[in-house]
Design a protein around this ligand. Structure first.
Ligand code: IPM
Ligand code: SF4
Length: 427
């Protein structure tokens, strides 16, 4: 029987020729990503059992990102814990504050995560890395501890959902709109414990940044991960980062691979989509209702990349953020921050009246740099709009593409970016 990419990767890491969904496997991990929120708990577990070691310091990547620079003493302690462990264990792939940013976006750019590999992390958006043709998934602290200690982790082989996206997206319609539309159609549990495999000519024509946005949100449909097969775009992206095709394995799904579900999406029919509170599957066409916003946030591991910031700048150029709206723009990494400065985007943001913050998860999960107060209404380029996610539980969060966030910041109302000149060029 044919296998999917994900099944082939898991089989290879369990030393098997073939696997089938539902089977329990113990797999080797090629890479373990650690941040300061969940790693300390895993380390404590290991320390308490006298198992305080790492399986291979070269295969651990550490990036403090959620609560950095620390906004309180507790956060400072979590950061210290990660940092002292990194030094003690000789972990070289440490992207310290000022040299990193949001862990998933830092990692995708390092060339350390390669196609065909397995990656785990104590973070649910680890699925982001699947855009590189790897099996990348979040695990709990206990499994994280096991991975750090032994370089092994157990998986129940997931079923796979095939998402075939064809056609060309209209002006102002971005990968974020596509993924919000998919989640609207299948529901927030529509891909429970499944791999979401993206194929189709829309995906073939999509750059890596757009692909990361798609795989990043697999968890918002309950998916185990998202994945895109390697193609010329992937190879070139890696080559630029010093990784040649001979250094990794490309897996492809067999023509007779078994899929639990096949979903067809015609990209030309997708419109700028906004997920209404309080669940990412609550999508509606942008601008369908008159909704005033108090906050606009561009950032996160979903949409804080340079292409996102360019899109925002295209809309903000020569315009002002509406009175009464607080707009926060958070480049996902130091590299994105610098690139935005070099390209003159920062000047556009500041002239428009937006604040630009340092790279971190910060506002995305209501930790710092823009926590929402009672009854605030935020249009956000991030991935979750749960109750209390960005601050006060009475705040309302609407998820959208960076283009929609920027257009809404300018009008003060949730706005279809196609109605704003300059915005319709977004792709
Ligand atoms: C803090 C961390 C465990 C969490 C996650 O795993 O997703 C965070 O990144 C989030 O997005 O809510
Ligand atoms: S940016 Fe947001 S979603 Fe992504 S890892 Fe950080 S907190 Fe989680």
């Amino acid at each position: 029987m044919g296998m999917t990419i994900a099944e082939k990767i898991l089989a290879a890491h369990a030393g098997k020729d073939a696997v089938t969904p539902g089977e329990l496997l113990e797999c080797t991990t090629d890479l373990v990503l650690c941040h300061e929120i969940t790693t300390p708990a895993a380390l404590r577990m290991l320390e308490e059992r006298g198992m305080d070691r790492v399986f291979d310091p070269e295969k651990i990547v550490a990036v403090p990102d959620h609560s950095v620079p620390a906004m309180n003493i507790k956060a400072a302690q979590m950061y210290q814990k990660l940092k002292s462990w990194v030094h003690e264990k000789g972990i070289r792939h440490f992207y310290d504050v000022g040299r990193g940013g949001i862990a998933h976006v830092v990692l995708e750019n390092t060339g350390l995560l390669k196609p065909g590999q397995t990656l785990v992390s104590g973070d649910s958006h680890t699925c982001n890395g699947g855009a590189l043709g790897a099996f990348a998934t979040g695990v709990g602290s206990t499994d994280l501890a096991g991975a750090i200690y032994a370089g092994r982790v157990w998986f129940k082989v997931p079923e796979t959902m095939l998402i075939r996206v064809t056609g060309e997206a209209g002006p102002g319609v971005t990968p974020k709109d596509i993924v919000l539309e998919v989640i609207r159609q299948i529901g927030a549990d529509g891909a429970n414990y499944m791999v979401m495999e993206w194929v189709g000519d829309y995906i073939d024509n999509l750059d890596m940044e757009g692909r990361f946005t798609l795989t990043n949100m697999a968890i918002e449909a309950g998916g185990k991960t998202g994945i895109v097969a390697v193609d010329g775009t992937t190879r070139e992206y890696l080559r630029v980062r010093g990784v040649e095709p001979g250094e990794y394995t490309e897996y492809r799904s067999d023509p007779d691979a078994q899929y639990r579900v096949v979903l067809d999406i015609d990209a030309s029919q997708v419109e700028p989509t906004v997920a209404y509170p309080h669940i990412p599957s609550n999508g509606r066409v942008a601008g369908s209702d008159a909704i005033a916003v108090t906050h606009a946030y561009v950032g996160s591991c979903t949409n804080g990349r340079i292409s996102d910031l360019r899109e925002v700048a295209r809309i903000l150029r020569g315009r002002r953020v509406a009175d009464g709206v607080q707009m926060t723009i958070v480049p996902a990494t130091q590299a994105v921050w610098k690139q935005a400065a070099v390209e003159g985007l920062m000047e556009i943001f500041v002239d428009a009246g937006a604040t630009v913050s340092y790279p971190s998860c910060g506002a995305c999960l209501g930790m710092h740099t823009g926590v929402l107060g009672p009854n605030d209404v935020c249009i956000s380029s991030s991935n979750r709009n749960f109750v209390g996610r960005m601050g006060d539980p009475t705040a309302q969060i609407y998820l959208a593409s960076p283009a929609t966030v920027a257009a809404s910041a300018v009008t003060g109302m949730i706005t279809d970016p196609r109605t704003m000149q300059g915005a319709e060029a977004a792709d």
